[in-house]
Write a protein that binds this ligand. Sequence first.
Ligand code: MN3
Length: 447
Amino acid sequence: MILRIDRWLTELPPPSDPDPEGASIVQELMGGKFGEMSTFLNYTFQSFNFRDRQKARPFFDLISNIAAEEFGHIELVAAAINSMLTDDASVSDKVDPANSPLLALAGMAMNPHHFVNGGRGALPQDSRGLPWTGDNVVSTGDLLFDLTHNYFLETGARSGKLRVYEAVDHPAARALTGYLLTRGGVHQVAYARAVENLTGTDLTKLFPGPRVPMMQIKECRPYIDNGDYRRLYRFSPDDYRELSAVFNGTHPETGEQLEVVDEDPTVRPLPVDLPSQNDVFAPGYSTEEIREIADQLRKKAGLPDEPIGDVTPVPRRKGPKRSRSTVSTATSRSAGSRKTSTARGDSMPTAAALRPGREATRRASEQSDQPAPAPTSSETPTKAEARSRAGASKPQASATTRKAKSTPKTAAKSTPKTAAKSSSQTTKKTASKGTSRTSSTSKSSRK
Ligand code: MN3
């Protein structure tokens, strides 16, 4: 079974500018043949079907444990997609369906299911909008066959992530792919080492494969710097203890020691609280009514007035709603906007430059909208503040102690760096709008 912890494996930037086209592409990392649903469910079924596990314990533990990590990857892909589908303009209190509030999306959205069925949310589909299928699972019962397949699967997954990185420049997609590229690399090494330990065939001689230029990808660097690229985390309070019998030796690319780390999930980042989206009545046509009912239920159950669960609150930005005319003006201006993404000086070429629709929409919203104020430290409650408002079920001190005790160099260290990366990227984008956002402001607001 799986115990669920309400934490993210890494920090992702909060919702900023919506990017429905990019979100459709990121869906490949969710429900594509080589997506996270595939890695999660391949390893899950292989672990369910494993025979004679006591005799092959290190291999069983490896597959089962990586399966558990993959659940967290699905969660992150969904989080990035949801972030990219969230629009501040639709947080407004009153939405009149007769005004066709979703009409403006017609030219932007590649996958109408995101809005019509998903309520601006991630779906178990690939980038074509086709549902993930169980045909993507290979669980043959033959350990060597399955391990070799898993190595191939992780290779395809990393290839897909790199292409999505190249095609989508939204900060949430970039932060996501930077993290997943790193973790996929660890799983690739793990399965290669498992095959090597079982047969003597050294698949690590194929590394790096695919030839992902990780050092050129700034969103990967924090995880390289903190050693995440050579660590396998153990996702269980007491089980899967034989990982180190397979995941050992040196990393094929850097020669550094591979390491198994006993994970303390409570040091991971809190999930971002997605704001309501009234144009798709999510979570409901009357959000306040739901809140009142929840408050009454909480009172009746003898719970504190404030919710007990912890979240990273999202600053609510103010700004005029993007109108339909904004979008159509944008489309007519598309030809002139093609240089936008290269002009920003991104290190990787982006296919966004070849897709005039979204760039143009973004450009037009830059021209006609009031610049959306950047989150500042005054309007962004810190996690500590949120926790104290939430009733502080878990004291901050104990979390810190656990972090110091069990995971000396875990993701907790990496997250501020990631945040800084994504913030500075956002800064670059908004600089042209003439806002006064600075990297340090953004950074301090995230701490
Ligand atoms: Mn994965």
